[in-house]
Ligand binder design. Structure first.
Ligand code: ADP
Ligand code: MG
Length: 395
């Protein structure tokens, strides 16, 4: 048992009773394909060995939740009360962090699954609020707990859709399907190429050869992320409408627009809106190229695509900010680094870098120093390790 499992179990025994089972759901890092999951594009994330653990047991008619990572009392709610709550953020706001887990249970009820109460003590090994999707990890974990305790036989696609519905309707974050999908269906040693329009997906070996993937946490909270996220979504919707009107076309999503069609519609779009659309179209192409580069083990090409993605997110999509630009630039300047980019929503959180194994230690030291000198912040840098998800191998 690892320390996180021990903590979850210890908390369970302190607060609850009953024979427990242990569960895990991973966090994720998106390798490439950023800000395209709500534009029907392709994304290429990996599930991580970092994630959220739970010790859980059945209860009579009540849900009881506690987290080792959040101070405070347990959150307790009768199933009958949960069933009568409207599925909207205002009804779940009072539960704080537990809204993610209760939201999943509420979505399971709405979808017609029949289950009883449960108690669940959680403990996470992921940094929270840093773009590695601790929220989706907690949601998918709750699906795994309820399905496991009550034999619901949930499959990964269903679990990811229910988790997404909880995040949107109960937690009030209007995100795309990527996070929940890869937390539910990712596999160790694999990257998952997902078409967010059709949900078609495939696994690529995540074998970087002589290289490692570094995850660089800027430690800058993503304060702007939510408001800018909604603004970008609105700009993308506007771009799609204007392109379809100008070309008398019916592209179903921005990422299905071809580069030629985008060029032809250019003067129908305000300049900033055109740049948002150009990011979506070019990022989608980069993602496919990156999956192919992984497939043939071309780390140099993979690295250059990471850097091109960051440039597009910085210049066209404008979601990076001072800290992410600083850490990415610091990484790219180092010997042995093949490419780097922000990952997640942007404005803070994490970035990634592809680095030769034998140069990684020195690169980490220098990136940390340059970043500190430029921003005054102490970053944290981890080597990414992939991990299995609860629904990734079951069919
Ligand atoms: P991210 O998903 O990038 O980590 P979010 O802001 O979407 O950031 O989600 C973070 C929130 O998820 C936390 O503030 C908390 O409410 C909830 N959460 C995640 N992990 C845990 C945990 N181990 N215990 C309690 N709450 C958690
Ligand atoms: Mg999240």
């Amino acid at each position: 048992m690892n320390g996180f499992e021990e903590t979850a179990l210890g908390l369970f025994e302190e607060r609850f009773s009953g024979g427990t089972e242990l569960f895990f759901a991973p966090g994720r890092v998106n390798l490439i394909g950023e800000h395209v999951d709500y534009n029907g594009g392709r994304v290429l994330p990996c599930s991580l060995s970092l994630g959220t653990y739970a010790a859980a047991a059945r209860e009579e008619g009540v849900i009881r939740l506690a987290s080792a990572d959040m101070p405070g009392e347990e959150v307790r709610l009768a199933l009958s009360e949960l069933a009568s709550l409207p599925l909207e953020p205002a009804a779940f706001a009072r539960f704080g962090w537990a809204a993610y887990a209760l939201g999943v249970a509420a979505q399971l009820i709405r979808a017609g699954y029949s289950f009883g109460g449960f108690s669940m003590a959680v403990c996470g090994s992921l940094p929270r609020g840093s773009g590695l999707s601790s929220s989706a990890s907690l949601e998918v974990l709750t699906c795994a707990v309820v399905s496991g305790l009550y034999g619901l036989g949930l499959d990964g696609v269903t679990a990811s859709k229910l988790s997404l519905a909880a995040e949107r309707e109960c937690a009030g974050v209007n995100c795309g399907i990527m996070d929940q999908f890869v937390c539910a269906l990712g596999r160790k040693d694999c990257a998952l190429l997902l078409d967010t329009h059709t949900l078609e997906h495939g696994y690529f070996p995540f074998d970087l050869g002589e290289n490692v993937l570094l995850i660089m946490n800027t430690k800058k909270p993503r304060r702007l992320a939510d408001s800018k996220y909604n603004e970008r979504r609105a700009e993308c919707e506007l771009a799609l409408r204007l392109i379809n009107e100008r070309l008398e076309a019916c592209f179903p999503s921005l990422c299905t627009v071809t580069p030629e069609a985008l060029a032809e519609a250019k003067d129908a779009l305000p300049p900033a809106v055109f740049r948002r659309a150009r990011h979506a179209v070019t990022e989608n192409a980069r993602t496919l190229a990156a999956a192919e580069a992984l497939g043939v083990g071309d780390a140099a090409l993979f690295g250059s695509l990471l850097s091109a993605s960051h440039a597009s997110l910085r210049d066209d999509y404008e979601v990076t900010g001072r800290e992410l630009d600083s850490i990415v630039r610091a990484a790219e300047e180092q010997e042995g680094v093949l490419g780097a980019r922000m990952t997640g929503a942007g404005f803070g959180g994490c970035a990634i870098a592809l680095c030769r194994k034998n140069a990684a230690r020195e690169a980490v030291r220098r990136i940390t120093a340059v970043y500190k000198a430029e921003t005054g912040l102490d970053c944290e840098i981890y080597t990414a390790e992939t991990g299995d998800s609860p629904f990734g191998r079951a069919l």
